[in-house]
Design a binder for this molecule. Structure first.
Ligand code: HEC
Length: 425
């Protein structure tokens, strides 16, 4: 073993130990503890050789056909035009300063990476870097990665980059090419302390464990979190004064806001992002599993425990409860709530509660999305049937115990109106 191998073996051991301490919320139950890397590049899934079809390839297609163009802004950046074209709200901006990306040298507390997202694409931008980063949510493949070099382009070109799976496909992404959100204590320059890792982060993660290495703007009452804490001293101070760096609405003590498209790293955008990205990884994993099982056995019966775990995720069964109301960017809220379908009575799975929980109706909007819709039909139909069974049952299940009977009936109505293939009551 080379000395470096010793170090990485020690880190791996430390991470396993952390997992044993259950710092990985809910992950063990999602796939019965089995989040090993799936054989996604082998024949059946063929990740690397399968043609990608998603929001980014569609934009490239429009550029090639000259049916759209991407004008540079006053600073010579394509970012605003790209976000506009992809339908990604600027108000979805969140800022991460931990040195955790492939552009880690350029990232730090005074120059965080900005991420923007909607349901179908995530965009990363580090001020000063000509490389824009994209993960598209590809209905057939899960997450697909692209870069775009702003400096070299006459005609902008998105380049698919499968090497990103070095970090973006591991146990932290449920063993498939996927999205990442993590939370660490960092030093003054943004280098993470691996022993403090909480990942993956999703709606189950208590707020007190979230956002280490991230900036957070918005109000959250007396709930604590790890955001806006730069360096060990800040973490120490927070242990004594829990509301240190909390309820922040202005980031100018850490960053130069004019370098970014928005002055915010919105708390509500962060919470939606965390729910969404883990859910998308989960759907991708289920889809890959289903394809393998359909090919081996011709059915998906063996996926029953995983389907039940997915229903708990979709119905937000283990969601971290909010101790005080949350408020963030009204602009993000408006953009997010306006996007999805509404039922005959005007209700939407995207209506945000933000008083005791994230959503008014505790069922994920991901069930209405393209990624879920593209699952192999036997799996998709099974999930929808079991979802309806669980909601219709008089005796609550693990997935529905937290939802009162009236709310369950409401959910069935919304789902029947807005999800293709959902059984009509
Ligand atoms: C060294 C590890 C590493 C590599 C390599 C890496 N990323 Fe990431 N990426 C991360 C981490 C960790 C996050 C979560 C946010 C954070 O902590 O910075 C992330 C988040 C992202 C996000 C935000 C949404 C999402 O899908 O998770 C995008 C977009 C992204 N990366 C694009 C890329 C692209 C494109 C590449 C390849 C060109 C790439 N990344 C390579 C570590 C990496």
């Amino acid at each position: 073993m080379k000395p470096r191998d010793h170090v990485s073996a020690a880190i791996r051991l430390a991470l396993c130990f952390a997992a044993g301490l259950n710092l990985v919320p809910g992950l063990a139950s999602d796939f019965q503890g089995s989040t090993h890397l799936m054989p996604f590049d082998e024949d059946l899934i063929g990740y690397g050789r399968t043609k990608d079809t998603n929001a980014v390839t569609a934009l490239q297609g429009r550029l090639d056909a000259a049916s759209t163009s991407l004008p540079k802004d006053a600073k010579g950046s394509l970012l605003p035009a790209i976000l506009r074209d992809l339908g990604v709200p600027v108000a979805s901006q969140v800022l991460v300063f931990s040195k955790t990306s492939f552009q880690r040298e350029r990232i730090g507390p005074s120059n965080p990476r900005a991420l923007y997202f909607n349901d179908s694409v995530y965009v990363g931008h580090v001020p000063g870097s000509p490389i824009l980063e994209f993960t598209a949510v590809d209905p057939a493949l899960g997450a697909v990665f692209y870069t775009l070099d702003e400096s070299s382009v006459e005609r902008p070109r998105f380049v698919r980059t499968d090497q990103c799976t070095e970090c973006h496909a591991s146990a932290r992404t449920m063993g498939v090419p996927g999205h990442l959100v993590r939370s660490f204590e960092t030093d003054e320059s943004g280098v993470v302390d691996l022993l403090t890792a909480v990942d993956p982060v999703n709606h189950r993660t208590p707020l007190s464990d979230r956002w280490g290495g991230w900036y957070v703007t918005g109000r959250h009452g007396n709930q604590t979190h790890r955001g806006n804490l730069v360096g060990k001293a800040a973490f120490e101070r927070q242990r004594v004064h829990p509301n240190h760096s909390a309820n922040v609405t202005n980031l100018s003590r850490w960053i130069e806001p004019s370098k970014y498209l928005a002055p915010t790293s919105d708390i509500v955008a962060l919470m939606v992002l965390e729910h969404q990205q883990h859910g998308q990884n989960f759907i991708t994993r289920l889809g890959y599993e289903a394809r393998l099982q359909l090919s081996a056995y011709g059915h998906v019966n063996y996926l029953r425990p995983q389907i039940d775990a997915f229903l708990r995720y979709v119905l937000l069964a283990d969601e971290a409860r909010l101790g005080s109301p949350i408020s963030g960017s009204e602009e993000f809220r408006r953009a997010f709530e306006a996007t999805g379908p509404r039922d005959a009575k005007g209700r939407s799975l995207r209506d945000l509660d933000l008083r005791t929980r994230l959503f008014v109706h505790p069922c994920s909007f991901l069930i209405q999305g393209e990624l879920f819709g593209a699952l192999p039909a036997p799996l998709r139909d099974r999930i929808l049937a079991r979802l309806d069974e669980a909601l219709a049952s008089v005796i609550p299940t693990d997935a529905t115990r937290h939802i009162d009977p009236l709310q369950r009936a409401t959910l069935r109505e919304i789902l029947a109106d807005t999800v293709h293939g959902y059984p009509r009551p």
